[in-house]
Design a protein around this ligand. Structure first.
Ligand SMILES: [Zn+2]
Length: 152
């Protein structure tokens, strides 16, 4: 199997949620290799001012160089703005397995379900959990605190 520049860039983990890679997060928009071997990677940041984006850029460049791509540029595309709808279904399932309630699909009025017992009877404890992207919730059924990846 040929490892493409896309494969290498797509495998870069999201620093905030290392079980997810940047393709699953919907951060990675495109990877173009021109005829001279120059690689142009386009990413869209998640939350504005997310300090993780600089780390993602550095890792993309490092990993592509390690894979033999010499000349790498990472471009940031701000429009259209990233939303949690860009996260793949795989990403949502992985979040649940980590005990993090995934973001709702936009327009959906679904309750946030407890990732442990699936009860919709959940309450917000704090809008800011371990990172700005997640809020801290508690389940009234099983009493378990959990993180919710905020819907954007
Ligand atoms: Zn529960």
């Amino acid at each position: 199997m040929v490892t493409t520049a896309w494969d290498v860039a797509a495998a870069v983990p999201d620093p905030e949620i290392p079980v997810l890679d940047i393709a699953e997060m919907g951060i990675l928009r495109s990877v173009v290799v021109d005829e001279t071997g120059h690689v142009i990677v386009t990413i869209t940041p998640t939350y504005s001012g997310c300090p993780a984006m600089k780390a993602i850029e550095t890792t993309i460049v490092d990993e592509l160089k390690r894979a033999g791509f010499g000349d790498v540029d990472v471009r940031t595309q701000l429009a259209p703005a990233w939303t949690t709808d860009w996260m793949t279904d795989d990403a949502r399932r992985k979040l649940e397995r980590e005990g993090i309630a995934p973001p709702a699909r936009s327009g959906s009025q679904d309750d946030i379900l407890c990732p442990r017992c699936a009860s919709p009877d959940t309450d917000l404890i704090s809008p800011f959990g371990s990172t700005a992207c997640k809020s801290l919730m508690v389940c009234s059924s099983c009493g378990e605190p959990f993180h919710h990846f905020k819907t954007l």
